[in-house]
Ligand binder design. Structure first.
Ligand code: SAH
Ligand code: SF4
Ligand code: F3S
Length: 481
């Protein structure tokens, strides 16, 4: 696989190009209007999103473009006239799931010959995957890579006019400002501060499918934050693959803003909201950022700091560029500055060559840090990445057995960590009705674990005070104060 090393950084898509797309969207809307397809008769769009928050954020932009073309959001694929699948490539499982859903569009297309099926996201940014869809999935109308989200209106307009199937491999990763949003949650909002990744961790596909790091301008971030707050957002999540690199590509002097300045500037905006951010790379997480968390009450007392492994040899071969000692010292400083912080991590089990000793070092890291929660993954070789070529790939049974041991240890730690909340009153953002009991509400106090409690549905989207009465490793239960 080719490395997209040439991608320009800090490059912005020209406002003219964005205008061209919005004009194309207008033309589609007028076309539907002339056919009486407005209001309840408007054609339906359905977006299925795989993968991380970055994809969720892209999908809200795809949705915004659909709305500007005159589509209305529908709840099922069966009702849709335009289906978009926003794919992920992080592990083989994510690709398999996407391919199976895309396969199910075949019979929908047979029932509705006018149905358009568009596939975007990280999976189809790999050319061999886009080629496979082109050759073996004839009911796929178009594909577009992660650098071509803004092209949706032209792709739809041309498809509606009977144009040929299109497979866009733009390989340009420019920042597109001014694309409308169709937000899917009233109270939660994604806010990208930067895109792409320069780190090339040896197991990871992201740098190959998201281009190099590029930062949005502070004024654009703040304008979007204000818009989100005015639109009712109470839980704003700043996004980037490595938020601590924010600004490096834009900076001309040392005084230019870094990520901690973004955090402080967003917190300084008026409004009652909670601010979170992800993800931080341990090699770049700074004391300035730790101070910003300590100083700004609106920032959630939570730090997601993926360690991946506790073994220095594995970290070296993962190309993570830090040692377990560096990571531990960062954790020590974080806990000293923000004593009530919840820390979470991503862990990969079964990286090529991982010995029993290496794995034990990861377990020791869990014991040392006392994470509130971890997201753990069995290593999945990604074609084109260096780790996929490494010797000593770990047999699946070995990885699975280690994975189980990791979870068992973390469950015990999570349960112990949750004990500190018993009898305490937490400020909870009420997110919705509990999945298990429709008389209960669910929300989050810090961003880590769901909190269940009885209360009126009017509270959804508001902050409430909840006294914690019961804990499990994964959830808290309590009553409204
Ligand atoms: N930029 C973020 C992570 C994005 S991917 C960061 O650096 O933290 C989310 C997580 O998926 C990673 O932290 C890693 O734990 C996991 N992951 C990435 N590639 C993987 C692979 N090939 N196999 C298994 N897990 C992987
Ligand atoms: Fe992948 Fe590493 Fe970049 Fe995270 S920092 S997206 S794990 S290459
Ligand atoms: Fe997946 Fe792409 Fe995110 S590979 S995890 S959707 S950046």
């Amino acid at each position: 696989m080719e490395k997209h090393n040439e991608t320009k950084t800090g490059a912005f898509l020209s406002p003219d190009e964005i205008k061209r797309q919005l004009t194309a969207a207008d033309r589609v809307r007028l076309r539907f209007a002339s056919q009486g397809k407005v209001g309840e008769n408007a054609p339906g769009y359905y977006i299925l999103t795989f993968g991380c928050q970055q994809n969720e954020a892209d999908s809200e932009r795809l949705g915004g473009l659909c709305v500007s073309m005159g589509y209305r959001r529908v709840e099922t694929m069966e009702e849709a006239d335009l289906i978009l699948v926003n794919t992920c490539a992080i592990r083989e499982h994510a690709e398999k799931k996407a391919l199976s859903i895309i396969g199910s569009c075949k019979h929908l297309r047979e029932k509705n010959p006018g149905l358009l099926v568009g596939i975007g996201g990280c999976m189809v940014t790999q050319k061999h995957r886009a080629d496979k869809l082109k050759n073996s999935y004839p009911y796929v109308t178009f594909t577009f890579d992660t650098g071509a989200v803004h092209l949706l209106p032209t792709l739809v307009a041309e498809a509606l006019s009977g144009g040929k199937r299109q497979f866009i491999h733009s390989e340009t990763y420019e920042i597109a400002e001014g694309i409308p949003l169709d937000r899917t949650s009233k109270h939660m909002a994604w806010l990208s501060v930067m895109y792409g990744c320069n780190n090339f961790c040896s197991y990871c596909i992201v740098p190959y499918v998201r281009g190099r790091e590029r930062s949005r301008r502070m004024e654009d971030i703040l304008a979007e934050a204000k818009m989100l707050i005015a639109d009712g957002a109470k839980d704003i999540i700043l996004l980037g693959q490595n938020v601590n690199s924010y600004g490096k590509d834009l900076a001309v002097s040392e005084n230019d803003p870094d990520f901690s300045d973004v955090v402080r500037a967003v917190c300084a905006l008026d409004g009652d909201f909670r601010l979170r951010f992800m993800t931080s790379h341990p090699k770049d997480a700074s004391d300035r950022l730790i101070s910003a968390i300590a100083d700004c009450p609106k920032v959630a007392r939570h730090f997601h700091l993926p360690v991946q492994s506790g073994s220095d040899e594995i970290l070296r071969r993962m190309n993570r560029k830090y040692t377990s000692a560096h990571y531990k010292s960062l954790i020590d400083r974080l806990k000293a500055a923000v004593p009530d912080i919840s820390i979470t991590s991503d862990i990969i089990v079964g990286f090529p060559g991982e010995t029993e000793e290496d794995f034990e070092a990861t377990l020791d890291m869990l014991r040392y840090v006392q994470y509130d929660m971890i997201f753990s993954f069995i290593y999945s070789p990604r074609p084109g990445t260096p780790a996929a070529e490494m010797e000593n790939q770990i047999p699946h049974e070995v990885s699975t057995a280690r994975f189980e041991r990791l979870l068992a240890l973390q469950n015990e730690i999570s349960r112990q960590r949750n004990e500190r909340f018993l009898g305490k009153t937490l400020r909870v953002l009420v997110e919705g009705i509990s999945k298990n009991d429709e008389n209960m509400l669910t929300g989050r106090g810090d961003p880590v674990r769901p909190i269940h409690f009885a209360g009126s549905r009017d509270l959804i989207g508001q902050f409430a005070e909840v006294e914690i009465e019961k804990i499990t490793p994964f959830t808290l239960e309590g009553k409204l104060v």
